[in-house]
Design a protein around this ligand. Structure first.
Ligand code: NAD
Length: 249
């Protein structure tokens, strides 16, 4: 029996990249997954490709949309066992030159989006004794030039994870985070020109020197699947670093 068989799962930002890989792996392992994204076409295509249970789209910056999408998923699946907060954006800018509107925007997606989805899912997760996996980043642990506001949002996601885990422990709901290094998605492709301009070193060389290779979305999905499964029943309030050793030295 697969470790995720029968689990009812909602994944934000799962039309592409890491979220799509999570939705695909969970489905492959027997979960019933509702795909959700800001990009409705990407979500539809991803759900068809994966064989997902359904689609319930939302922009995570809109609390009403998030509440509605989670309720749609609950209605479709007959409850909810796992919420994966994956939707996120990056901004590349020297911190103190970043326009304040763009600072507000990245917090609205990465932090507030995670917060409102956790709130909306909580009553359902309490009922199922389910769990939450938040996709944070190694950027939430160490500071990175050009990624200041992104680092701050991911540090906030780690703290939301810890506090929610402690507060929800009596209910049996677990809350964990994963912290990937650089993984091969459109997000990293967008960042590459800025990193190369800042360091004068080809991004591939930097990654090979420090991380061995880029992570794959599947690398992240594997650990997310483990944390969401009953095999991780004693793990809560934790954040797992997946970075090919980038931050080990
Ligand atoms: P991506 O840009 O390839 O995909 C992100 C997906 O989220 C897209 O489908 C996009 O439409 C969706 N999205 C964006 N804003 C949204 C919103 N407001 N509401 C709903 N959906 C929205 O990014 P990715 O690399 O797959 O990143 C996924 C998560 O992993 C993010 O939280 C990111 O910060 C985190 N992460 C990525 C890396 C990496 O190297 N790729 C490393 C560490 C952490």
């Amino acid at each position: 029996m697969s470790e995720l068989a029968g689990k009812r799962v909602f994944v934000t930002g799962s039309g592409a990249g890491i979220g799509k890989a999570i939705a695909a792996l969970f489905t492959e392992r027997g979960a019933r997954v509702v795909v959700s994204d800001l990009d409705a076409l990407a979500a539809k295509q991803a759900a068809e490709e994966i064989g997902a249970a359904g689609v319930a789209n939302c922009d995570v910056t809109d609390e009403t949309q998030v509440q509605t999408a989670i309720q749609q998923a609950v209605d479709l699946l007959g409850g909810l066992d796992v919420l994966v907060n994956n939707a996120g954006i990056e901004v590349s800018s020297p911190l103190l030159q970043q326009p304040t509107e763009s600072f507000d925007r990245i917090f609205a997606v990465n932090v507030r989006g995670t917060f409102v989805a956790m709130k909306a899912a909580t009553p359902h997760l309490v009922e199922s004794k389910g769990n939450i996996v938040n996709i944070a980043s190694i950027a939430g642990i160490g500071g990175s030039p050009l990624l200041g506001s992104y680092c701050a949002t991911k540090a906030a996601v780690i703290q939301l994870t810890r506090v929610a885990a402690v507060e929800m422990r009596p209910t049996g709901v677990r809350v964990n985070a994963v912290c990937p290094g650089f993984a091969d998605t459109a997000m990293v492709e967008r960042l590459v020109p800025d990193f190369e301009a800042a360091t004068q070193v080809p991004f591939g060389d930097l990654v090979a020197a420090k991380q061995g290779r880029l992570g794959t979305p599947q690398d992240i999905a594997e650990v997310t699947a483990f944390l969401a499964s009953d095999r991780a029943s004693w793990i809560t309030g934790s954040h797992y670093v997946l970075d090919g050793g980038l931050t080990a030295s």
